[in-house]
Design a protein around this ligand. Structure first.
Ligand code: G6P
Length: 364
């Protein structure tokens, strides 16, 4: 991959379309079919150390933090280690308890974000083990961590992250699978996840083939005063990232909420000028999510659903191919990148360089 625009009008568009190859790259050479696991050469964490981990804490900023939310869910699901993510800046400002049995993971596209780097340095000073999930090889965070997983998304030029977001989520799936297979994940489940990972590039291509329709939907919703993004558990980090993406690139105000929190306040905002994007993976929470759609409809809210099948309660549905339930969130983010992109295009925004933002924030 190069800096050449290759016929695309913006880097954002180019990078969204590069995801098929990028995901292929993050998987390449890492899958070990014989043991239904993955090999992560730079991890620097042997089986005994991996088994001793009692908790995982993931730190990052912006989109990197959101991939951390996906990563924490994957690690809990596949490796059954309690895991959570926190913005790196909050973590370093609050004088956190640094626990020797916790594995800390810093996540960053550039590897240079000051808040994340400062969190790593503080952790190292206190004797913690810190891994990196980083895109830029040899960057400051890659150097200062004890080991990690490179994301191999290739250069990302557009300020808002797309392919790196997806690849980082896949890198977390690899790490979760690796930790899971050292702990309690069965061979059968390992094989199931590996097969799912291998299907991802083609399924991303399938989502991207739907671009014209997503463009029409973007035009339909571009007049929104504000947009709500909701999801439950697996859908929630996807909703958060999609909301951030829309804000950053189109300047349309957006909020993300766990679907079950809607009734505790934000439901008051719902009206036709405030549409909702609902992320509905086909998991054990689907029925609950459908009930949320009804609550929104009852307040005359418009709904755009992202789901694996048409949703009759929604005004529109973007249908995304089904993968394994743990990996579905990765796919569901992709059409929402296109939604943000085409909304920004319809509104005439400066897509690759949104106002007030920088690709990496290397100062405090
Ligand atoms: C900036 C960018 C975001 C990015 C964040 C973290 O705020 O505008 O798009 O997610 O930094 O960057 P990193 O390089 O650490 O992933």
């Amino acid at each position: 991959e190069s800096y050449d625009m290759g016929g695309h009008e913006t880097y954002m568009h180019k990078e969204i379309h590069e995801q098929v190859d990028a995901v292929d790259r993050v998987l390449r050479g890492r899958i070990d079919d014989r043991f239904a696991t993955v090999r992560l050469g730079g991890l620097n964490l042997d089986a005994r150390e991996a088994r001793a981990v009692r908790r995982v804490k993931i730190l990052g900023c912006g989109s990197a933090y959101h991939t951390g939310l996906i990563g924490a869910q994957l690690i809990e699901e596949l490796a059954r280690i309690p895991a959570d993510a926190e913005p790196a800046s909050e973590f370093r400002y609050r004088n956190p308890v640094v626990d020797p049995d916790t594995l800390y993971i810093a996540v960053s596209q550039s590897g240079e974000t000051y808040d994340t780097l400062a969190a790593v340095q503080e952790l190292k000073r206190k004797g913690a083990r810190v891994l990196g999930v980083v895109n830029v090889v040899g960057s400051a965070i890659a150097r200062e961590t004890d080991g990690g997983v490179y994301v191999h998304a290739g250069p990302e030029v557009c300020v808002v992250s797309t392919k790196c977001f997806t690849n980082t989520a896949v890198a977390f799936a690899l790490l979760a699978l690796h930790l899971g297979r050292i702990r309690d994940l069965s061979v059968a489940d390992g094989k199931r996840i590996i097969a799912g990972l291998r299907r991802l590039p083609e399924q991303i291509a399938e989502v991207l083939r739907d671009e014209e329709r997503i463009k029409e939907l973007a035009a339909e919703y571009a007049d929104a005063k504000s947009m709500m993004f909701v999801g439950r558990v697996r859908g929630y980090p996807v909703a958060r990232e999609a909301s951030l993406k829309l804000k950053e690139v189109s300047y349309v105000h957006a909020e993300a909420y766990p679907a079950s929190e809607l009734k505790h306040g934000p439901l008051a905002l719902i009206e036709p000028a405030v549409p909702t994007v609902a992320v509905l993976p086909d998991d054990e929470l689907l029925e609950k999510n459908r009930a949320t759609l009804e609550e929104i409809k009852a307040r005359s809210g418009r709904i755009l659903a992202v789901a694996h099948q048409e949703q009759d309660k929604a005004d529109h549905t973007i249908v995304v191919p089904k993968n394994e339930v743990e990996l579905d969130p990765i796919l569901m983010g992709v059409p929402l990148q296109l939604l943000a992109y085409h909304t920004a295009l319809a509104l005439g925004r400066d897509i690759d360089k949104p106002r007030n933002l920088a690709k990496s924030v290397t100062v405090e």
